[in-house]
Ligand binder design. Structure first.
Ligand code: ZN
Length: 261
């Protein structure tokens, strides 16, 4: 599908984003362009509309990790993981965009871009000293375009604040004195399907704005609110984000097993 007759113009995209509540500050965006398209000028038109809506004082942030744990990450050349979508992979390649120098990279443009993306490899990946930690610290917002909270990385930060007991073994490869070295760590990871619970938590308190952006359903919430509602629910049940054993979800089962060893 190209930018056909039902393509949403950049002006209209900007208006949709404004109506949703995008208007400055730090904005972390997760996208599925398949759901958003067609829009004027494609993925780059969407990026331009996001920057228009944020204005010069706003900082646009997107995930930018490679997902390739066997290769050292090079910020100038390593593609973003296909899981992150075409918008994220085009974003880091644009002039003026900062990108973290480590495997769990985010990319950003705007006044707070360096602050969000800088720092050493955070382990576990989405802790207080990671890019999502900076988004929270800067009272940023999270925008989900055509994706649900299952793609909402900042919920992993909430898990760490809540002290969830699961860690699954992960590794990445880093260059140390020109040599590729494998770094092993434990990550609070699972399938993330149950992150979708955040919808109801936020909606019931009027903390999530929803509407259409392009052709996609969009959700916007403060990072602080997302983290707070999740920490509150995890305090009652630390395994809340894991599928129950009856669901036979291999990833959630692995996380659950890690709490028993
Ligand atoms: Zn699961």
């Amino acid at each position: 599908m190209g930018d056909g007759d039902n393509a949403i113009s950049r002006t209209e995209l900007r208006a949709q984003l404004g109506a949703l509540g995008v208007g400055g500050g730090v904005l972390l965006v997760h996208t599925s362009f398949r759901s958003i398209r067609p829009v004027e000028d494609g993925p780059l038109g969407l990026i331009a509309a996001l920057r228009d809506a944020l204005g010069p004082a706003g900082t646009l942030v997107m995930p930018s990790w490679s997902g390739n744990d066997d290769e050292p990450f090079a910020p100038e050349t390593t593609p973003a993981s296909p899981d992150l979508g075409i918008v994220a992979d085009l974003f880091w390649r644009q002039p003026g965009v900062e990108r973290s120098e480590h495997f769990h990279a985010f990319a950003a443009i705007g006044p707070e871009a360096k602050r969000v993306t800088s720092g050493p490899l955070p382990l576990p990946p989405h802790g207080p000293d990671s890019p999502v930690g900076r988004v929270l610290e800067l009272d940023g917002q999270v925008l989900l375009l055509g994706v649900g909270h299952d793609a909402d990385t900042i919920l992993h930060l909430a898990e760490l604040f809540a002290g969830v007991p699961y860690r699954v073994p992960r590794y990445c490869t880093v260059l140390t004195d020109g040599r590729a070295v494998r770094v092993e760590y434990g990550e609070n990871d699972h399938c993330c399907g149950r992150f979708a619970l955040a919808d109801e938590w936020l909606r019931s308190r009027g903390l999530q704005s929803e509407g259409r952006v392009g052709h996609a359903h969009a959700r916007l919430a403060r990072a602080r609110d997302i983290v707070d509602v999740a920490v509150e629910h995890l305090a009652r049940d630390p395994l809340l984000f894991l599928h129950s054993p009856e669901a036979a979800c291999a990833e959630c089962d692995e996380a659950r097993r890690s709490t028993q060893s």
